[in-house]
Each structure stands twice: as C-alpha cells, then as structure tokens.
Design a protein around this ligand. Structure first.
Ligand code: OAD
Length: 231
C-alpha cells in the first residue's frame, strides 16, 4: 500500500534545542543585528565582510550542532509515511538526523553561490567563506541564502508538494516570513494540520488547525504517538 504523505514545515524553533538561536523574541538573532545589514542584497553591497562574518559565525555554530529529539522523530517518521520536510532553516540538522527528503526554502549555510549567476552553487568546506573566494566567472562568492527582498526559488515546488499532503505539520516557526507562511494556503481540503510550538502563532489562516503547545522535543513524540494510533 502507498504510504500517506506528511509534509512538515519547520522553522528555527526545531533547532533551538540543538543550541541554534531563533530569530525573533527575547534572545533572537534579529535582536542583535539589523536584518537589512546582514541578510539583504543592500547589506551585501554596503559591507561584504560584515555579511560574510555574520554567516561564518552561523556556520560555525551549525557545523558543531547535533540534531535533537525533534529532528530524530521526523527522520523516524519516514519508516511509516512518505515524509517531505520543507524547512526555513539553513542548518543541516534534518539531514544529520537522517531525513532524506528536505527542501531548504531559504538556502543552506553549507553552500556558496556566485554573486553574479545564482545557478553557480558550490559546497563550503569547513566554517569559513572568505573575501576573495570567487566563482568560475570571477565574481565574489556569497552565502547561498535567500535574503530579504529576494525571490524564493523553491517556493513553487514547495507549494505543489504541500497541495498533495495527507497531513501538514508545522514546527517551530513564528509564521512571520512570507512567502513561506503562505504554504498553509496550499494545504488541500481534508488534510489534517497540526502546529507544534511553545508559543502558537496567531496568523488568521491557522484558525481551526490543531495545536500542540510544546517544545519540539516534547510535541513531536506526542505527534508520533498520535500517528501510530491511527495505524
Ligand atoms: P522565528 O525566530 O521567527 O520563530 C521561531 C519559532 O520557534 C517561534 O514561534 C517560537 O515560539 C518557536 N520555538 C522556540 N523554541 C522552540 C522549541 N524548543 N521547539 C519548537 N518551537 C520553538 O523563526 P522562523 O519562523 O524560522 O529567514 O523565521 C523565519 C525566517 O525568518 C527564517 O528562515 C529567517 C528569518 O529571517 C532568513 O534568514 C531568510
């Protein structure tokens, strides 16, 4: 029998228990940084080194982080369901946990790309992408991250996959960033949706969705139990 499809939209909250800070709220990354300085084409034009250093720091933290119980449960779900994870996270913790089907909507810390030609993408070995590292066309390499004001190239694919979901699970995202937050609007009728977050977002398009108001490490085992009881 064909496995049912679970689509999981994850955000920074799922990696919080692995020691990677979230973006918003008390200790969030954006409290200490101006988004436009470090995560926009304007910031890149203004001060490349500031941007490169910002992502070198993020990469160092991510490279040293280990997946937590939440990531591991999502990987285990593949034993029972056809799982696709659509993550806004730029770390590789879903892959490290064993998930095999991960769409990185906002790019990856582990990759660089040409600042002239976005189709030229290269792996970053180690923690550092430095000033002077160039693509084969001679332009400075930048992190392969989707910045504010840029298109999200994988959005169409993510929307199509979401439109085939039997279950749509949202974990650890404030749903404040678009177009990612719009994915909810592609969930088909009859699909069961569940949000897991210690602080449930208040977007109008999530009214009626079931909630598990817990951290990932607590909420995902509850979800797993629930799905197993469905048989
Ligand atoms: P946010 O920082 O906006 O939201 C994090 C969410 O995680 C909040 O809803 C928290 O309540 C929740 N949370 C905190 N601890 C948690 C835990 N242990 N388990 C589960 N949930 C927890 O992060 P995102 O929604 O991911 O984009 O942010 C979206 C995008 O904004 C990011 O991808 C990034 C940022 O600007 C780019 O940099 C392009």
């Amino acid at each position: 029998m064909q496995k049912q499809k679970i689509i999981v939209l994850t955000g920074a909250g799922i990696s919080a228990e692995s020691g990677i800070p979230t973006f918003r709220g008390g200790d969030g990354l954006w409290e200490g940084h101006d988004i436009m300085d470090v995560a926009s084409p304007i910031g890149w034009k203004k001060d490349r080194n500031l941007v490169l250093n910002f992502y070198n720091e993020r990469r160092k933290v991510a490279n040293n982080a280990k997946p937590n119980k939440g990531h591991i449960i999502l990987a285990e779900l593949e034993n029972y369901y056809d799982v696709t994870i659509i993550t806004q996270n730029v770390d590789s913790l879903h892959e490290k946990a064993g998930s095999t089907n991960v769409i990185h909507l906002h790019g990856k810390l582990s990759e660089s790309r040409s600042s002239l030609d976005e189709s030229l993408i290269y792996p970053i070995v180690g923690d550092i992408l430095a000033e002077g590292e160039k693509c084969e066309k001679g332009s400075q390499l930048r992190p392969n991250i989707v910045w504010f004001g840029e298109d999200v190239p994988l959005m169409q694919e993510a929307a199509e996959i979401t439109s085939e979901a039997d279950f749509f699970i949202i974990v650890g995202t404030s749903l404040q960033v678009y177009p990612a937050a719009n994915l909810i609007d592609y969930v088909p009728k009859g699909c069961e949706s569940i949000i897991i977050d210690p602080s449930i977002p208040t977007n109008s398009n999530i009214s009626g969705i079931k909630t598990i108001q817990e951290k990932g490490s607590v909420g995902l085992p509850i979800l797993m139990d629930y799905l197993m009881k469905l048989g």
